[in-house]
Design a protein around this ligand. Structure first.
Ligand code: ADE
Ligand code: ZN
Ligand code: ZN
Length: 278
């Protein structure tokens, strides 16, 4: 996602963390800001473009080598490369947080504090990216080389899912307002959302790999049923995607952002307290 997507995910998560989780995460992030999570949610995107952080670029996605729109699947052994992927990153940084969050800040040296802070910032970002369907798809470099037009501008399919659809959905709201709007919809079960279902299956910090793979598979399935449902050629030839393509697909972007925020909040509660409700 772009910055609006990541910040919205982080603000939603801020509504679902318990007071104990909030104080632990604030300590790890060395922040007392109201927007403590939203404020760091795009740090990983800046870091990947530094020379020091270049190695983290593959951690933003898992490149499912399937064949949409005829088949969609994610396979860890097949798809998570030697350089790592979003799923291995979530496993690694969850484990760092599980092992380190409970040690008092006063007992941390500068380097262990930095490792924990980065782990928290990475988790906040990568759980967001995991829910963007094209971050779970290799075809055409996650849609980056599928050239399309949106609102009269030449762009690519990846970018319209990261940014354009999300901005059109938010309709001028900032991330905080958009998140409040989505949080109300989560509470009300709007749009047929089955929020309990969002935590079904394996959701356990004792099996992060299975949890992250389940979330990746679910997002990747939308590549066949929605994102590229019409096929690459049809999407490329569809004209301006801000109209009928947007109308046909915005609900997937909306549910995936809401789900990512809700799951991120619960995930942080599980890390800090072992309980979903913190
Ligand atoms: N680079 C390679 N694959 C990608 C993907 N699925 N999403 C974003 N960037 C990528
Ligand atoms: Zn992206
Ligand atoms: Zn990213």
């Amino acid at each position: 996602w772009g910055s609006l997507g990541h910040e919205t995910v982080a603000w939603i998560a801020q509504s679902y963390v318990s007071p104990a989780t909030e104080s632990t995460i604030k300590a790890l992030l060395e922040s007392n800001r109201t927007d403590y999570m939203a404020n760091v949610s795009t740090w990983a995107d800046s870091y990947r473009y530094t020379s020091e952080g270049r190695w983290t670029a593959p951690l933003h996605y898992i490149d499912a080598n399937d064949d949409p729109p005829s088949s969609c699947s994610v396979d860890y052994a097949r798809d998570c490369g030697d350089a790592g992927c979003s799923v291995s990153a979530i496993v690694n940084y969850t484990s760092i947080l599980l092992n380190g969050h409970h040690r008092p800040s006063s007992s941390r040296n500068a380097s262990s504090a930095a490792v924990l802070k980065d782990a928290a910032r990475f988790i906040i970002h990568f759980i967001g990216d995991l829910h963007q369907p094209l971050h779970d798809e290799a075809l055409d470099v996650g849609g980056n080389t599928i050239n399309v037009t949106y609102d009269g501008e030449d762009t690519n399919l990846h970018h319209i899912w990261d940014t354009e659809i999300v901005e059109q959905l938010a309709d001028g709201m900032d991330a905080h307002e958009f998140a409040e709007n989505l949080t109300k919809s989560i509470e009300a079960g709007d749009y047929g959302w089955n929020v309990n279902g969002w935590l079904s299956g394996v959701v356990s910090v004792n099996n992060t790999l299975a949890t992250a793979m389940e979330w990746a598979s679910e997002a990747n399935a939308f590549v066949c049923t929605d994102v590229l449902q019409e096929g690459v050629d049809a999407v490329e030839d569809d004209g301006d995607l801000s109209r009928s393509y947007y109308e046909a697909h915005y609900d997937v972007a909306r549910v995936q952002i809401a789900k990512a925020g809700y799951r991120l909040g619960i995930w942080l509660n599980l890390i800090v307290t072992g309980r979903m409700d913190g």
